[in-house]
Design a protein around this ligand. Structure first.
Ligand SMILES: Cc1ncc(COP(=O)(O)O)c(C=O)c1O
Length: 391
């Protein structure tokens, strides 16, 4: 008999996306020609400036602890980025650098959520939100809209109760690729500020938008913005997922200080090399971001034209990110069964919609190269030609 684990350990599930990555990697390593359309990282190489900075830093042989909440150089770069993109000047004590946007969000939850507090967010949602909220003892409140993949501001606001401590938005959204429009953002920003509820903007994809669109700026509707928390990072923007640098910015200095304490007592600080690379990417030439967007927009168009050739599949055009969320319920209402079938029979990895709170859907990424996208969707189409287990 082995020593028992904590109740918390038993209450938290695996990340379905990370698990899928591991399965696809293992199949590939075993020599299977798997096409991975389940991924969450651009294939783009890291910006040259980031690579040069990391080499220079490594060659100095001075790789030490850095200040727990981030180096002043990186914090300044983040503040410039924030001012440029949100038109609001924050101070050094209003930013914290973490090991990815994920840790920034987790630090926020640790610092803001008590047992029983509710966190309201639209559904479909990023797989990690419910589990992270549960980890800190909070109650996840996903809100599904009546129509399509979106949620109206009224629907979201109607889910707020006296127990609601925070509203969490991700625009454009993983998995749907949809952007919340200016009216929506204005209503939610004004509501949250008036009710004194935290509004967390997980803006990790906010620059990866298509067709000349822009994500509405929440700061332009806020007065003091004390309740507003902006979360971002270098993972998606520069295709630097392995660097593990993200951040949170907020005018609520006590919140940022508390997040800093959570981080100091858990991880001490981030990697010196990673912070150096992130600062160089933010300070460097930004044409890589527009090139990435252009490539992703082309990939999206390729994916959509292939997907539309699969009979009975419905899909809304993604406006940003690198995900499409398509309705495959005609073939199988169980997205887990269907994705398992597609991995085994078509050797294509896609993520079941259930993980994002919506059954019958599959999340298909378009961050792979075009040839893989085309071949992957064609394999799915062929596999489904004679597959109708529930008809
Ligand atoms: C919506 C959303 N937020 C946050 C993250 C985490 O990003 P990071 O790599 O910076 O931790 C992801 C990664 O997939 C994401 O999709």
């Amino acid at each position: 008999m082995s020593v028992s684990l904590s109740k918390l350990a038993g209450s938290v599930g695996d990340s379905p996306t990370l698990k899928l990555n591991a399965t696809a990697r293992a199949l590939k390593a075993a020599g299977q020609p798997v096409i991975h359309l389940g991924g969450g990282e651009p294939t783009f190489p890291a910006p040259q400036a980031a690579v040069e900075a990391i080499i220079k830093k490594a060659q100095s042989r001075q790789i030490k602890y850095v200040p727990s909440s981030g180096t002043p150089t990186l914090k300044q770069a983040i503040l410039s980025y924030t001012e440029k993109n949100y038109g609001r000047r924050y101070e050094l004590n209003q930013v914290i650098v973490s090991a990815g946007a994920k840790q920034a969000l987790f630090n926020f939850l640790l610092a803001a959520i008590d047992a029983g507090d509710e966190v309201v967010f639209p559904s479909p949602y990023w797989v990690s939100y419910p589990e992270m909220i549960k980890l800190v003892g909070g109650t996840p409140v996903p809100v599904k809209g009546a129509q399509g993949l979106g949620v109206t501001a009224e629907e979201l606001i109607a889910a707020v109760t006296p127990k609601t401590k925070a509203i969490l938005l991700n625009s454009p959204c993983n998995p749907s690729g949809q952007i919340y429009n200016a009216d929506f953002i204005k209503q939610v920003v004004e509501f949250a500020e008036e009710k004194n509820i935290f509004l967390v903007m997980d803006d990790i994809y906010h620059q990866l938008v298509f067709d000349g669109q822009k994500t509405p700026n929440p700061c332009s509707y806020a007065k003091e913005a004390k309740n507003l928390v902006l979360i971002n990072g270098v993972s998606k923007l520069y295709g630097m997922t392995g660097i593990r640098i993200g951040w949170a910015v907020s005018a609520h200095t006590d919140l940022i200080a508390a997040m800093g304490r959570m981080q100091a007592q858990s991880t001490s600080c981030n990697s010196d090399l990673s912070e150096t690379a992130a600062a160089a990417a933010l300070q460097g030439d930004q044409t890589c971001v527009s090139e990435l967007c252009k490539q992703l927009e082309e990939n999206r168009n390729v994916l959509l034209s292939e997907l539309l050739q699969i009979p009975h599949v419905k899909v809304e055009k993604p406006q940003g990110t690198f995900y499409s969320f398509a309705d495959f319920s005609y073939y199988n209402p169980s997205s887990q069964e269907l994705s398992k079938f597609l991995l085994e029979k078509a050797l294509v990895a896609v993520v079941p919609g259930k993980a994002f709170g919506l059954e019958g859907y599959l999340r298909i990424s378009f961050c792979a190269d075009k040839a893989s996208i085309i071949e992957g969707v064609r394999r799915i189409r062929r596999a489904l030609e004679n597959y109708c287990p529930h008809k």
